[in-house]
Design a binder for this molecule. Sequence first.
Ligand SMILES: C[S@@+](CC[C@H](N)C(=O)[O-])C[C@H]1O[C@@H](n2cnc3c(N)ncnc32)[C@H](O)[C@@H]1O
Length: 287
Amino acid sequence: MRKVECIIKSGDCANALSEYPEDYFDLIVTSPPYADCREKTYGGIKPEEYVGWFLPKSEQFLRVLKPTGTFILNIKEKVVEGERHTYVIELILALRNQGWLWTEEFIWHKRNCHPGKWPNRFRDAWERCLQFNKTRKFHMYQQNVMVPMGKWAETRLKHLGKNDVVRFDSQVGSGFGKNISNWVGRDKAYPSNVLHLATETDNRSHSATFPRALPEWFIKLFTKEGDWVLDPFVGSGTTCEVAQKLGRNSVGIDVLQEYVDLARSKVAPVEMMLFEREATYDKNNAK
Ligand SMILES: C[S@@+](CC[C@H](N)C(=O)[O-])C[C@H]1O[C@@H](n2cnc3c(N)ncnc32)[C@H](O)[C@@H]1O
């Protein structure tokens, strides 16, 4: 018998997580309040105070994440007095001092970003999704996020040069080689670290929701069915809603009761979900 659990907790995430044992979660995927944003609702942390605000929380994240787990932090710095603020860069350095490895940075390109006009910059159409790990041996299921080869296959692979049909060592000294001819005849390829996802504008009673495809991509990449996913700033509950659909257990935490209630309404009815998943599981495991 397998069961998909989804628990939405109320309170400050550091306090709520102190009840959990260490090495419990396989993935943390989250978007905290950004500095200087949404003062009237749940945010308003000053950029210069942000690192001090965040570190007690990430200390708990570090404790409850498994050594094979991954922490994805969606965040972006604002412009303050004509310059990009450096608080995200300072946070990355502070997290490294706390014991995290800064393994990768994904870019979320907001495909449907609305146009705008500024005298000295273009519209901001991307956010960071920072990847942190506890060890270099984290679980990653790359085949789960493969994409169609597309036009690249029709054009580039039709005209292979002499360096494309042998293993050609990296020119940037990465130690990795590539043999482009290996991709001939395949219909899927691995994606890049740029995610082209539209923001979702459906009315979800929260001003800063994830597009569902964002947590979905990371949940597929870093977990398998039955694993545990945590969103410590769960807001409207998108991460837990998606985790549940993908057969992952999840915990979501929010400090505001109205969002806790909203998130709880997104993940019901759990019983129906459990019934469907068990049926699939039994069928797949039948001898
Ligand atoms: C950017 S929103 C998250 C939105 C979410 N990704 C979604 O799809 O709806 C950040 C959330 O963090 C919550 N929050 C702020 N401080 C918190 C804290 N100390 N502990 C837990 N949640 C907190 C806010 O109430 C807010 O709902």
